[in-house]
Design a protein around this ligand. Structure first.
Ligand SMILES: Cc1cc2nc3c(=O)[nH]c(=O)nc-3n(C[C@H](O)[C@H](O)[C@H](O)COP(=O)(O)OP(=O)(O)OC[C@H]3O[C@@H](n4cnc5c(N)ncnc54)[C@H](O)[C@@H]3O)c2cc1C
Ligand code: SF4
Length: 326
């Protein structure tokens, strides 16, 4: 690791001020950031790490009016055991409890989970060996390289600093994003409230729409009576393994479904065709199969990742079968 300065922020306002300095980065649990710094994947190495853990009042789960509010600095382990989360958003608690490993869950946060950088192995290669499009370079090495964990629903496009159009096929594979999208949650920041589906982006060295110095302070989930939701992930190992694909489904009292996959597209991916097919209907075995097929519409697998479409179909069919009323 290279030398850097470290400052403890005592308030969100102070953190915002510090983060306006050139080379400053926010650190929550450090699980993603410190690994990236150790591996030296940044083109410009951070010179100031602003510790958010010293800011009081940014963690914990509360019910505020008609919403469940989760502080950005809530540790994933705490969220997985929290009584309000278990009562009002058990699918989110379950997702938090499956993330990474037990030790990591006790030290990494809700805000950090949403803001983490992509896990594409070219992007993460030690000592910044691949100057890929997501780092401001010209090429996406995964397009013609080993893309077995990449997107099956196309690329995200963005402009680099010279205005050239670039594309990235790295997936959004965080644990919490699909559940929060299925629950129609919003991300609360020091500047605004953003619907979770509008929070993510693929751009040079970022995975979110946050401005420089803008901090996530909480996520807010509307509480709907009689809404049910489930969460499922597929990974090769049981622990310390990112989901290859994860999925959350919610259904409200009027049988409106929200279905969101992670790990299949650069952003959390709503299966809108499957949602439309199920809308207002009581689940049957035939509908579960049809929804699994509908979720694949628009899928464009690359050379090495067609298996993800089969996984999507099977995961969704099984989760819907589990939600059938008996
Ligand atoms: C071995 C290993 C396995 C893992 N497995 C999984 C897994 O299976 N599923 C999964 O989803 N994740 C996994 N992770 C990621 C991990 O669970 C955390 O989500 C990750 O470490 C980020 O959380 P953090 O609190 O440590 O954030 P940090 O590492 O401190 O920050 C991550 C990024 O978010 C920014 N940031 C953090 N908090 C805020 C905020 N409040 N506002 C604005 N920006 C912010 C930081 O500047 C940084 O860019 C794994 C990590 C490791 C090291
Ligand atoms: S998928 Fe994205 S992060 Fe990976 S090499 Fe291509 S541009 Fe870089």
């Amino acid at each position: 690791m290279r030398p850097f300065n470290h400052l403890n922020a005592r308030s969100a306002a102070e953190a915002v001020e510090l983060l306006r300095r050139p080379g400053a980065v926010a650190m929550a649990g450090g699980g993603d950031l410190l690994g990236a710094m150790k591996d030296d994947i940044f083109e410009t190495y951070p010179t100031l790490v602003v510790n958010l853990k010293t800011i009081p009042g940014l963690s914990g789960v509360t019910v505020e009016g008609n919403a469940l509010v989760i502080g950005a600095m809530t540790m994933l382990g705490d969220l997985s055991r929290d009584s309000l989360a278990l009562q009002y958003a058990p699918a989110l608690a379950a997702a938090a409890g499956m993330c990474a490993s037990p030790a990591l869950r006790e030290n990494t946060t809700v805000g950090g989970n949403l803001c983490q950088l992509p896990r594409c192995w070219y992007f993460r290669k030690l000592n910044n060996r691949f100057d890929c499009a997501r780092k401001g370079g010209e090429t996406c090495f995964a397009l013609n390289g080993d893309n077995r964990y990449h997107s099956v629903f196309g690329a995200c496009t963005f402009s680099d600093k010279n205005g050239h159009k670039r594309a990235c096929i790295a997936v959004n594979q965080g644990e919490l994003a699909p559940v929060l999208a299925a629950l129609d949650a919003s991300v609360v920041t020091t500047e605004r409230t953003i619907p979770v589906e509008a929070f993510f982006v693929a751009d040079v060295m970022t995975a979110t729409v946050l401005h420089p110095g803008e901090l996530v302070t909480a996520v807010s989930i509307p509480l709907l009576p009689a809404r049910r939701a489930v969460y499922k992930r597929f990974s090769f190992r049981k622990s310390i393994d990112f989901p290859v694909i994860n999925l959350s489904v919610s259904v409200d009292a009027d049988r409106h479904y929200r279905i969101c996959f992670g790990g299949v597209a650069p952003l959390p991916h709503r299966a809108l065709e499957a949602e439309a097919l199920l809308d207002g209907k009581t689940l049957t075995p035939e509908l579960c199969i049809a929804a699994g097929d509908a979720a694949l519409k628009g899928g464009r697998p690359l050379e090495a990742n067609a298996y993800k479409l089969q996984l999507m179909r099977t995961l969704l069919k099984r989760e819907l079968e589990g939600m059938m009323e008996t």
